[in-house]
Design a protein around this ligand. Structure first.
Ligand code: AOS
Ligand code: ZN
Ligand code: ZN
Length: 391
């Protein structure tokens, strides 16, 4: 039992019940670094099996009812059938992630490539992704571009921005009324000198030019060390331009480790900005973008979902009235103490109670392990696929 005041526990539980976290299809498949992919037994052999694994995560957590796809890693002949398969398992297909970074043609860029034929090919893929969204019923198209240059002088910065703007505008024009374009930025990698969408400012400028249904995605691993990510959250929320998160943890660069593992306090600070702005259930997509190279994948995704839930619960515990009073009084230490009180609260009893109320096992990881699912798929699935990298 949680020892929080009953009305506090109720308020936090109601908000947590409404929270939705989207998992990523590629997290269930084999992955690694450019040095080695360590294959695991029982990993999915096709998109249908990835969705089955995502459904298991939802079954034990109750808050992960959608799974993001990556095209062409999750290419199938009939996307409506894939959506039906997902629904039968109790989940839905979520964000469609485009891929204009793995073909040889994209060596000098995709939508920013100097060659118009390559740019056309890239735009055709982005539009194909919207066709797929129509079939899957997905709301969001997520765009991440590896485009950039390795050497000063290699290409013209402003010309490339113009090519990018043209491609985004053509794709945006193809979206349906209920569909959104989410533009993701990343500081560097694979380009090492200049990346065409390196930061939130660049993504924001493009989204403003496009219109209301273009919004920015914050991948928590895509910043320079020490970047104040919660400040970016606050700025984008204030501008109505925060479309979603790709959650993961980083120690060095785009490490794609489990969210909340490297810096749970940062995750709390991010969720605090979301809760303060009352944006927990207003359409911001809370997605995981992670790779589980060493650890068992489904269990790691469950752990990640729980980490987001714990950070959210702590953010919901911040006493906003006390915080504002301390801020208005200029009481630096008291304001900080209000935040730290919430962060230092053990929310696990509250979350166990919430799961029991929802008819779930209070300990999702133990329940998953007891279910025997991993042993079953290990026996059934021989020759699982790689997430996509180097495939
Ligand atoms: C790449 O670094 C980005 O995080 C993208 O979201 C990418 O599409 C995803 O990680 C799959 O590779
Ligand atoms: Zn990402
Ligand atoms: Zn990334």
């Amino acid at each position: 039992m949680s020892d929080l005041a009953p009305e506090t526990a109720t308020r936090v539980s109601v908000a947590l019940r409404a929270q939705r976290i989207e998992t990523a299809s590629w997290a269930y498949a084999n992955s690694g670094t450019r040095f080695k992919v360590f294959a695991q037994e029982g990993v999915p052999r096709d998109p249908y099996e990835k969705i089955a694994d995502a459904a298991v995560v939802h079954r034990f957590t109750g808050v992960a009812p959608s799974v993001a796809l990556h095209i062409p890693w999750d290419k199938v002949d009939d996307y409506a059938d894939l959506a039906r398969h997902a629904r039968e398992l109790g989940v839905v297909l979520g964000t469609i992630n485009a891929n204009v970074f793995q073909d040889d043609d994209y060596k000098l860029g995709s939508v920013t490539n100097p060659d118009p034929a390559v740019r056309r090919k890239a735009i055709a893929h982005l539009i194909e992704c919207v066709d797929i969204m129509d079939a899957t019923g997905s709301r969001d198209l997520k765009l991440w571009f590896s485009d950039g240059t390795n050497y000063p002088g290699q290409d013209d910065v402003r010309t490339r921005q113009g090519r990018l703007a043209d491609a985004l505008a053509e794709t945006y024009a193809r979206l349906g009324d209920q569909q959104r374009m989410l533009l993701e930025y990343k500081l560097f990698e694979p380009a090492f000198y200049l990346t065409d969408v390196p930061d939130w400012g660049t993504a924001y400028l493009h989204c403003v030019a496009l219109g209301d249904r273009a919004q920015v995605v914050i991948d928590t691993g895509h910043h320079a060390p020490g970047t104040n990510i919660e400040f970016i959250v606050a700025m984008l929320v204030r501008a109505g331009k925060l479309g979603g998160f790709d959650f993961n943890s980083r120690f060095y660069a785009d490490d794609d480790l489990m969210v909340g593992s490297a810096d749970p306090f940062q995750l709390f600070r991010i969720m605090h900005e979301i809760v303060l702005a009352d944006e927990l259930d207003k359409g911001i997509a809370f997605m995981l973008d992670q790779c589980h190279n060493l650890e068992p994948k489904i269990q790691a995704v469950i752990r990640s979902v729980l980490n987001v839930q714990e950070a959210t619960a702590k953010a919901l515990l911040v006493d906003h009235a006390a915080l504002k009073a301390a801020q208005d009084a200029g009481d630096v230490l008291e304001a900080n103490a209000v935040l730290m009180d919430a962060y230092n609260t053990d929310v696990r009893p509250l979350l166990r109670d919430l799961r029991a109320d929802l008819g779930l096992d209070p300990d999702p990881i133990a329940a998953y392990k007891r279910s025997g699912y991993l042993e079953k798929v290990k026996a059934e699935r021989v020759g699982g696929t790689q997430a996509g990298w180097g495939a």
